[in-house]
Design a protein around this ligand. Structure first.
Ligand code: SRM
Ligand code: SF4
Length: 523
C-alpha cells in the first residue's frame, strides 16, 4: 500500500474534515452509529464521512440513507442481484416513506439502493461482503465506479476484453474492497473509464482518466486521455496525454496518475480541484513527465490513431455474441429504476436463460448475456419483458435521467417521473425515424450528462407570469461514439409546463419526427 499524502493546510471545509479524520475511519464505528441512531451521530461523520463507505445522508429523507455500490464494468452475478433484492425488500421499505424499496441503476453502470436506516447498516454491509460486493470509496473525494464495455468478452467485434483490467484497477484503488487510505484523500472525485470496443460505450471523453483501444506496432493497447469532467462551473472534454499503454500497465498508470493528482492537485478551491485544473496549471507536458517520474519509467507516445470507429450502440434488443449460438439481450429499464420483485425476476431470468450473469449499462439498462439461440423465444414470453422491453418506443428507449428532486437536495426539478410521463406522451403522438438520446439532469452538476445527449435537459428555475417555476435549459449537439464531442446549451429557461410543445417542435424540425396522424396519411 502507498503511504497517504501529507495533509496540507487549507481553509477549505472539506480539506479540514479530511485532515481531522480519514473517511474510512467510520467503518469501525458502524455498530456504534447503529446503536445511537442517526440523530445522535456527529454531523460530519453522518453527512460526509459515511460517503467513504458509499453511504449518503439524504436531507430530503432525513434518517433514510442511500447506498452507492461499486460494480466494476457494471457486472454482477444473479446471486449478487438476489442478495441486493433481499436487502431492498427487507431493509429499504421499512420506513413508510415509500411503498417499495428502490434500487436505481446509475449513469456509471452501478446500483444505488435507497431508504436505509442506520440501524440496519451493519447487517447490510455484512450481507454485501459475504456476497463479494462493496460500496467502499464510492462517494466524496474518491474514485467512482470504474466503467468498461458492458459487452466485454461477448462482443464479436471487440478489440480487447477489459473486464479483468477494470477489476484489477478497482482492487488496487480499494485494496480488494478492504479500503485503501492511499486514495481516500484525493482533492476531489475522480472518474476512470476503460473502453475495449469500437463504439466508446463508456463516454471516455467525460472521464478524468480514460483508456481508448489503439494499436501500436501491431499490439492492442490503449491511448490515454485525461482531464474530462462536468461540474456546475465547467464541462470539459478529456485531452490526449500522448501516451500509449500496454494492457499490462493500465493498473500502474492509473496508480501513478492518481498519486500525482493526490500529491499535487489543487485543493484550496473545491470548484477548481478536479485534475484538469492541475493539468491546465502545469501544462500537459509537465503533467505527463510527472506521471512518468511517478511510474519510474517513460511512457510510450500515443498510437497515431485509436480504434473508436463506430457510433455508440445502446445494446437494447437481441444480439449475437462472439460465442457461437449464444446471444445477449438488452432490456430497457425505464429510468433505471428497479424494485425488489424486478431484481429477483432479473436474477431468475439470468439463471434460467443465461449463465447467471447480469450487466448494467451507462444508459441505466440491463444486459443478460449467454442465452442460447434455442432459449430466446421462451425468454421473450416472460412477463417481466412487458415492462423491461427489448423493443421500447423510440424516445423512451434512449431516455436517461438522474435522481432529481425526489431524493437529491441539489435538484432544481423533479426528473425521473416527469421525464417518463412526458416522453410517453411524445412517443404516443410522434413517429420518430431513429433514436434520439434524451438526457434529463436535475441541476448543473450534470449527473445525467446532458452534454453527451442529442437533446439534453438541465433543470433550472424560471420566471413566468411573476411566478418561479421548474424549468429546463436545453442542450443540443452532443455526439457520442466516434468523434465524440460535447453539446452546448442552445435554448434557455423553458418552463416544464411548456416543454412538451418545445420538444415536439424540436423533434419535428431537427430529428425528422412526424405527427403520427400525418405519418399514417403519408404511409
Ligand atoms: Fe453525480 C453529486 C447522483 C453520476 C457529477 N451525484 C451527486 C450527488 C451525490 C449529490 C447528492 O449528495 O445528492 C447525487 C446523489 C443523488 C442520489 O440520491 O442519487 C449524485 N451522480 C449521481 C448518479 C446516481 C446519477 C444517476 O441517477 O445515475 C450517478 C452515480 C454514478 C455512480 O454510480 O457513481 C452520478 N455525477 C455523475 C456524473 C456522470 C458520470 O460520472 O459519467 C457526473 C458528471 C461527470 C463528472 O463527475 O465529471 C456527476 N455529481 C456530479 C457533481 C459535479 C462534480 C464536480 O466536479 O463539481 C456532483 C456535486 C459534487 O460532487 O459536489 C455530484
Ligand atoms: Fe442531483 Fe443534480 Fe446530480 Fe441530478 S444532476 S442527481 S439533481 S446533483
Amino acid at each position: 500500500m502507498v503511504e497517504a499524502a501529507p495533509l496540507k493546510e487549507s481553509k477549505n471545509k472539506f480539506e479540514r474534515l479530511k485532515a481531522e479524520k480519514d473517511g474510512l475511519e467510520v467503518r469501525k464505528e458502524l455498530e456504534h452509529f447503529a446503536q445511537i441512531g442517526w440523530e445522535a451521530m456527529d454531523e460530519t461523520d453522518r453527512d460526509y464521512r459515511l460517503k467513504w463507505l458509499g453511504i449518503f445522508y439524504r436531507p430530503m429523507t432525513p434518517g433514510l440513507f442511500m447506498m452507492r455500490l461499486r460494480m466494476p464494468s457494471g457486472i454482477l452475478t444473479s446471486g449478487q442481484m438476489r442478495v441486493l433484492a433481499e436487502i431492498v425488500q427487507r431493509f429499504c421499505n421499512s420506513s413508510g416513506f415509500q411503498d417499495q424499496g428502490i434500487a436505481d441503476i446509475t449513469t456509471r453502470q452501478n446500483i444505488q439502493i435507497r431508504s436505509i436506516r442506520i440501524e440496519d447498516l451493519p447487517e447490510i454491509c455484512k450481507r454485501l461482503q459475504e456476497a463479494g460486493m462493496t460500496s467502499i470509496q464510492s462517494g466524496m473525494d474518491n474514485v467512482r465506479n470504474i466503467t468498461g464495455s458492458p459487452v466485454a468478452g461477448i462482443d464479436a467485434d471487440e478489440l480487447i476484453d477489459t473486464r479483468g483490467i477494470v477489476r484489477k484497477v478497482q482492487d488496487m484503488i480499494t485494496n480488494n474492497g478492504e479500503g485503501n487510505p492511499s486514495f481516500t484523500n484525493l482533492p476531489r472525485k475522480f472518474n476512470i473509464a476503460i473502453a475495449g470496443c469500437r463504439d466508446n460505450s463508456v463516454h471516455a471523453e467525460i472521464n478524468d482518466l480514460a483508456f481508448i483501444p489503439a494499436y501500436k506496432n501491431g499490439v492492442i493497447g490503449f491511448n490515454v486521455i485525461v482531464g474530462g469532467f462536468f461540474s456546475a462551473k465547467a464541462c470539459i472534454e478529456a485531452i490526449p496525454l500522448n501516451a500509449w499503454v500496454d494492457p499490462r500497465d493500465v493498473v500502474a498508470v492509473c496508480e501513478a496518475v492518481l498519486l500525482v493528482y493526490r500529491n499535487n492537485g489543487l485543493r484550496a478551491n473545491r470548484q477548481k480541484a478536479r485534475i484538469m485544473y492541475l493539468i491546465e496549471d502545469w501544462g500537459i507536458e509537465k503533467f505527463r513527465s510527472e506521471v512518468e517520474k511517478q511510474l519510474g519509467h517513460s511512457l510510450q507516445t500515443a498510437a497515431e490513431k485509436d480504434e473508436i470507429l463506430w457510433d455508440k450502440r445502446d445494446h437494447i434488443g437481441i444480439h449475437s455474441q462472439k460465442q457461437p449460438a449464444l446471444n445477449y439481450i438488452g432490456l430497457h429499464i425505464p429510468m433505471g429504476r428497479m424494485y425488489a420483485d424486478d431484481m429477483f425476476d432479473l436474477a431468475r431470468l439470468a439463471d434460467v436463460y443465461g449463465s447467471g450473469e447480469i450487466r448494467l449499462t451507462v444508459e441505466q439498462n440491463v444486459i443478460i448475456p449467454n442465452i442460447p439461440d434455442s432459449r430466446i423465444a421462451s425468454l421473450l414470453k416472460e412477463p417481466l419483458l412487458q415492462r423491461f422491453k427489448v423493443n421500447p418506443e423510440t424516445l423512451e428507449r434512449s431516455l436517461i435521467s438522474c435522481t432529481g428532486a425526489e431524493f437529491c437536495n441539489f435538484a432544481l426539478v423533479e426528473t425521473k417521473n416527469r421525464a417518463l410521463a412526458l416522453i410517453k406522451e411524445l412517443d404516443a403522438e410522434l413517429s420518430v425515424p431513429s433514436s434520439v438520446r434524451l438526457h434529463w439532469t436535475g441541476c448543473p452538476n450534470s449527473c445525467a450528462q446532458p452534454q453527451v445527449a442529442d437533446i439534453g435537459l438541465m433543470g433550472t428555475k424560471v420566471r413566468k407570469n411573476g411566478k418561479t417555476l421548474e424549468g429546463v435549459d436545453i442542450y443540443l449537439g452532443g455526439k457520442v461514439g466516434k468523434d465524440a464531442h460535447l453539446g452546448t446549451c442552445a435554448i434557455k429557461s423553458i418552463p416544464c409546463e411548456d416543454l412538451k410543445q418545445v420538444l415536439r417542435d424540436l423533434l419535428i424540425k431537427d430529428f425528422g419526427a412526424q405527427l403520427k396522424s400525418e405519418a399514417e396519411l403519408t404511409a
